[in-house]
Unconditional design. Structure first.
Length: 284
């Protein structure tokens, strides 16, 4: 069931998908901002319910990961259980539709809060990974970088007792795994300088890299409208772009199953699943 608050000049007879289609037609340089809701159909869960409340344990915080060896042990042990499903996830209808819209020249740029790289798998090229990418790791001291699957292979070889775990995947490649022996897990340091290896994602409490933030702001300046897809916008790093768009007088729309932090700012709100709304874009 999809519902929409009408955008000016929309017809009462229009479906939510038709309203979104007309939104794209009115704004030829549309900036997209996506969140976890676009990837749930791909098997990657979101963190919040339809009211914007946490429905799972909050993810690891940057300061704790960097300061506490026990936190790193727990994170990487859980990641062994969740990363393969995260890595093998395939793009959903929303990812495919946005890729097609980019090819058609209707999407100017795409900013994603997700780290799953599913937009790139779907063929989108103008993607800004606001919160980083979950498929690589790097040393926090010397900058050494490698693919995350290679690091996981090494961790598996060192930690055979943790290699065949089954657990619910989390949005960043972590997993909901509860054990009492995380202190036995061996974490590999950087092979170059013995520093701390961390996924190339922005953990909670960390800052979006300045270059990434500037690129996203530039994309918004060049766009003539902003469309939010599958995000509650409860994290300020995403919500700020809605405030900037409104301050600049740019039309603002959202497709999301529940409430968003920007509901009072929106010109068009479509309350529906991402796949339901975007399916017609692939079939027409």
């Amino acid at each position: 069931m999809q519902t929409a608050e009408l955008y000016p000049a929309s017809s009462l007879q229009e479906t939510a998908s038709e309203q979104l289609f007309h939104f794209f037609n009115r704004h030829s340089k549309c900036l997209i901002l996506t969140g976890a809701g676009i990837s749930t159909a791909s098997g990657i869960p979101d963190y919040r319910d339809h009211q914007g409340h946490w429905k799972r344990r909050q993810p690891v915080e940057h300061e704790a990961f960097m300061a506490q060896p026990a936190v790193r042990q727990r994170y990487w042990a859980r990641a062994l259980a969740g990363f393969e499903a995260f890595r093998s996830a395939q793009p959903g209808i929303g990812h495919q539709a946005l890729s097609l819209l980019e090819q058609q020249g209707r999407v100017h740029h795409l900013i994603t809060q997700n780290v799953d790289r599913l937009h790139q798998k779907a063929g989108s090229r103008k993607v800004i990974d606001l919160h980083g990418r979950g498929d690589t790791v790097s040393c926090q001291s010397c900058g050494f970088r490698s693919m995350r699957y290679a690091y996981h292979q090494q961790l598996t070889e060192l930690n055979g007792a943790f290699s065949d775990q089954q657990a619910q995947i989390a949005p960043d490649g972590d997993a909901d795994l509860e054990r009492n022996d995380f202190d036995l897990f061996r974490v590999l340091p950087c092979p170059r300088c013995s520093g701390i290896i961390k996924p190339d994602v922005v953990f909670f409490g960390d800052l979006v890299p300045q270059a990434t933030r500037r690129a996203a702001e530039q994309a918004l300046e060049e766009a003539d409208a902003l469309l939010v897809v599958g995000s509650s916008l409860m994290v300020y790093s995403g919500f700020r772009f809605c405030r900037l768009a409104k301050q600049a007088g740019k039309p603002l729309a959202a497709v999301n199953l529940g409430k968003t932090r920007a509901d009072e700012l929106l010109d068009l709100k479509i309350t529906a699943s991402v796949d339901e709304v975007f399916q017609p874009f692939l079939t027409n």
